[in-house]
Design a protein. Structure first.
Length: 343
């Protein structure tokens, strides 16, 4: 897969347009014993690598998202400052830009092997090896990105100085699996499945994933009940325009469902895995999250030896750790504070 072959969704307000790069990483072995053939990872970079290689930040993306997920934190004077840091924003397995069910020539569609969040981390480690990066100042992500960031701390405890995990889980809760299953069933019911989704599937998906799990009840109080069906249709249309291929999202959701840092080789429990994290860790979550239950982040912060938990005050639920929210400035300030320790 070449850079020219990467299909980028239309740029949205706030996204930073950077040249895409594609790393051909060869066959990628998976935890299951399967292999993703001819794996290639899409990524972008911001800033310049320091002569000693000590200024690298790795940004990993959320379920269904791209390397733009944390663009709201990138820029001069922001927490992820390209004038100080070399920022690598990697596209995850199955997001439609790196090798995915929708773009694989040798393993297309449902012939693609299932993968895990640890497989995502392994692919990112292979990307860093490809780039000659052996040390990270920080690894950061939101939602599934935050889950990957915590897994980085377990899988490679001596490789990074800091971890920033926004609205994460260390292990996926049954509630989150139930939300993903409801959304998958909407896509499975679409007449175009598994070739894609043309309308009903994305509308049902949007009702679950964009309207319910991404918000909390107070966030909908300003809406008139009669306008909810129209909003669902609008969200479904946005997904058709900007979102991933349906089969890609389903594969990432299966990885989401199966995740637990405690099943990493060498550990007997989630708690033991979290206790092994050596990096200074910042976890942030709202008071109520209907996708990733917020008590998981709080519990993780109590177990990780050098962790700090910050409550996001806006009544936005899972969407609190996103661009254009009242919590933007708080998120930026807290990340700056943890990065300040490693200037």
């Amino acid at each position: 897969m070449s850079a020219a072959a990467v299909r980028h969704p239309p740029l949205q307000p706030g996204w930073i347009d950077r040249p895409h790069e594609v790393a051909p990483l060869g066959d990628l072995p998976l935890e299951s014993g399967d292999i993703i053939a001819d794996f290639a990872m899409s990524f972008v970079t911001h800033g310049t690598l320091a002569p000693d290689g000590g200024n690298v930040i790795l940004c990993v993306c959320a379920i269904g998202s791209t390397h733009h997920r944390l663009d709201f934190l990138i820029g001069p004077g922001k927490a992820l400052d390209p004038e100080r840091h070399f920022i690598i924003c990697a596209d995850a397995i199955g997001n439609g830009m790196s090798t995915s069910p929708s773009n694989s020539r040798r393993q297309p569609g449902l012939r693609f092997p299932r993968f895990t969040i640890r497989d995502m981390v392994a692919s990112q480690r292979r990307l860093l090896d490809y780039l000659g990066v052996s040390r990270l100042r920080c690894v950061t992500g939101a939602s599934m990105g935050g889950m990957q960031a915590l897994q980085w701390g377990v899988s490679h405890p001596g490789m990074m100085d800091a971890i920033v995990a926004l609205v994460p889980m260390a292990r996926t809760r049954p509630w989150s699996v139930a939300m993903n299953e409801a959304a998958r069933r909407a896509l499975f019911a679409d007449p175009a499945w598994p070739a894609g989704a043309i309308g009903p599937g994305w509308d049902g998906w949007a009702a679950v994933m964009r309207l319910l799990t991404s918000r909390e009840p107070k966030a909908l109080d300003a809406l008139e009940a009669a306008k909810i069906p129209l909003l669902v249709s609008q969200l479904g249309e946005e997904q058709r325009r900007y979102g991933p291929h349906a089969v890609d999202w389903v594969y990432q959701s299966w990885a989401y469902d199966a995740h637990d840092v405690g099943t990493t080789s060498g550990f007997a429990s989630t708690e033991a895995a979290l206790a092994s994290i050596r990096a200074r860790t910042l976890l942030m979550a709202p008071a109520l999250d209907l996708y990733n239950p917020q008590d998981d982040a709080e519990e993780a912060a109590r177990i990780i030896p050098h962790a700090h938990f910050v409550r996001l005050p806006a009544a936005l639920g899972h969407a609190a750790a996103a661009a254009g929210t009242p919590d933007d400035s708080l998120i930026d300030a807290e990340i700056k504070a943890i990065m300040q320790r490693y200037r």
